[in-house]
Design a binder for this molecule. Structure first.
Ligand code: NAI
Length: 439
């Protein structure tokens, strides 16, 4: 079985490389020649721990190749994974133009049976649209070749993508015909561990599963953020509350961390898209709409703490910001709370000096329009003469800083921690004015 992966972003590149690692021959296509050039040179266009070595190893072994040639890539794979972006449209619904363009390309060039797999996160009903797009382009050529369309949403997390793909909790496969079901089972056989990981279901349920899972995770975050804000008013410590809640196995410890709001390429757009899908089908998902609203407010929570301390006019103030990426171990800046925070501080006249261990380059690209924002090469350099430190992303390297050096660099020992990285009592003992979330 040979495999084509369409789109070499965070999902496509990991999918293609991990499939090659298990022995498959994989061809990855992208329409962005810059990305393919970097990959051909032995680099990778994104930051993902462990991925670059794995790409090199599989290219060297002759199992993994990259191309911008659509005809070549369609001819290559028996299975064609579509892993292109599905960004939000103006009304919040998923923009399917890239998915459908990929589908039409397959229809235009295929010469034998293909299993076409929607790996991108796509709304319920997309498999039908993909099927129609392929059939239409085949008809334009006067061909009537057989093909199947399968939904196989991806659950990997950026920053831990390789491990998530190689050792999945579950592999959701939505499929309506036996031939494709058998091929998908065989394809994922190398990823079974001590028990069956593949969940076969109908296509629509698979499509909805991905949105349901992300919506649930986003809900936990917004719920904890609101509780954290309440805890502050009540004089409770949300970290203690979190432990008390999480020990109930029905609740569990995961995803109960309050902070500066969720960001990234998935939760914001998937929550929006699900709300929109519901609306189109006559349902008002009130809980999820509130999740989104609470998240928008939470992104400004740290700024409000700064304003409570310094007043509404921040001109002449300088703030150090540690962390730009929407979470650690990635350079992904999509919907990162850091952007909202820096924008608001800047709008109020403050200067912001930011540091991130890997996302600076990407941040320069997407935050270049923010006035009075600059980027430091090193975490300590960002602090020089700043009125306070704001912690926005919980990178490991921020966990145990040299607090004496931090104190010396700042104008005053003042920290606004949006990720609850330190023990408040310890910070006070060290002489800091320390503000965290919910404690
Ligand atoms: P991305 O934006 O990093 O990558 C998409 C790639 O597709 C780009 O390189 C783009 O040039 C390429 N592309 C667009 N149209 C194309 C075409 N017609 N032919 C070939 N290549 C084309 O996107 P990312 O983050 O990898 O996400 C892809 C999908 O996976 C989205 O639907 C996303 O919601 C979903 N997803 C993303 C996860 C993540 O952590 N980033 C996790 C799980 C799902």
């Amino acid at each position: 079985m040979k495999i084509t992966v369409i789109g070499t972003g965070y999902v496509g590149l990991v999918t293609g490389t991990c499939l090659a690692e298990t022995g498959y021959h994989v061809c990855c296509l992208d329409v962005d020649p810059r990305k393919i050039e970097i990959l051909k040179q032995g680099g990778i266009p994104i930051f993902e721990p462990g991925l670059e070595d794995m790409v090199r190893r599989n290219v060297a072994a002759g199992r993994l190749s990259f191309t911008t040639d659509i005809a070549e890539s369609v001819a290559f794979g028996d299975v064609q994974f579509i892993a292109v972006g599905t960004p939000p449209d103006e009304d919040g619904s998923a923009d399917l133009q890239y998915v459908l363009a990929a589908a039409r390309n397959i229809g235009r060039h295929m010469t034998d049976y293909k299993v076409i797999v929607d790996k991108s996160t796509v709304p319920v009903g997309t498999a039908d649209l993909v099927k129609a797009a392929v059939a239409e382009t085949l008809a334009e050529r006067g061909e009537s070749l057989e093909f199947s369309v399968v939904s196989n949403p991806e659950f990997l997390k950026e920053g831990a993508a390789i491990d998530d793909f190689m050792r999945p909790d579950r592999v959701v496969i939505g499929v309506d015909d036996e031939r494709a079901a058998a091929m998908m089972r065989r394809l994922y056989a190398p990823f079974q561990r001590n028990h069956e990981r593949v969940l076969l279901m109908d296509v629509r349920s698979a499509e909805l599963t991905k949105y349901a899972a992300n919506a649930m995770l986003a809900t936990r975050i917004s719920f904890m953020n609101e509780l954290a804000n309440l805890a502050e008013s009540l004089g409770a410590d949300i970290e203690q509350v979190r432990l008390g809640m999480g020990s109930d196995p029905r609740i569990g410890y995961h995803f109960l961390y309050p902070g500066v709001g969720y960001g990234g390429s998935c939760f914001p757009k998937d929550v929006k898209a699900l709300v929109q899908t519901a609306k189109e089908n006559g349902h008002d998902l009130r809980v999820l709409s509130a999740v989104e609203e609470a998240n928008d407010l939470q992104k400004l929570r740290l700024v409000h703490k700064v304003l409570a301390r310094f007043g509404d006019d921040l001109s002449g103030r300088r703030f150090a910001m540690w962390g730009l990426a929407f979470k650690p171990n990635t350079d992904d800046m999509r919907e990162a709370p850091s952007r909202v925070i820096a924008e608001e501080l800047s709008r109020r006249g403050a200067e912001v000096v930011a540091f991130d261990p890997v996302a600076t380059h990407e941040a320069q690209r997407v935050m270049g329009d923010i006035a009075h924002l600059s980027f430091a090469d090193d975490m300590m350099a960002a602090l020089q003469q700043a009125d306070a430190l704001l912690i926005v992303t919980e990178w490991k390297m921020f966990r145990a800083p040299d607090l004496d050096a931090v104190k010396r660099a700042l104008k005053q020992p003042l920290v606004f921690d949006g990720r609850n990285m330190y023990d408040p009592a310890w910070m006070r003992e060290q002489g800091f004015d320390y503000f965290a979330i919910g404690r």
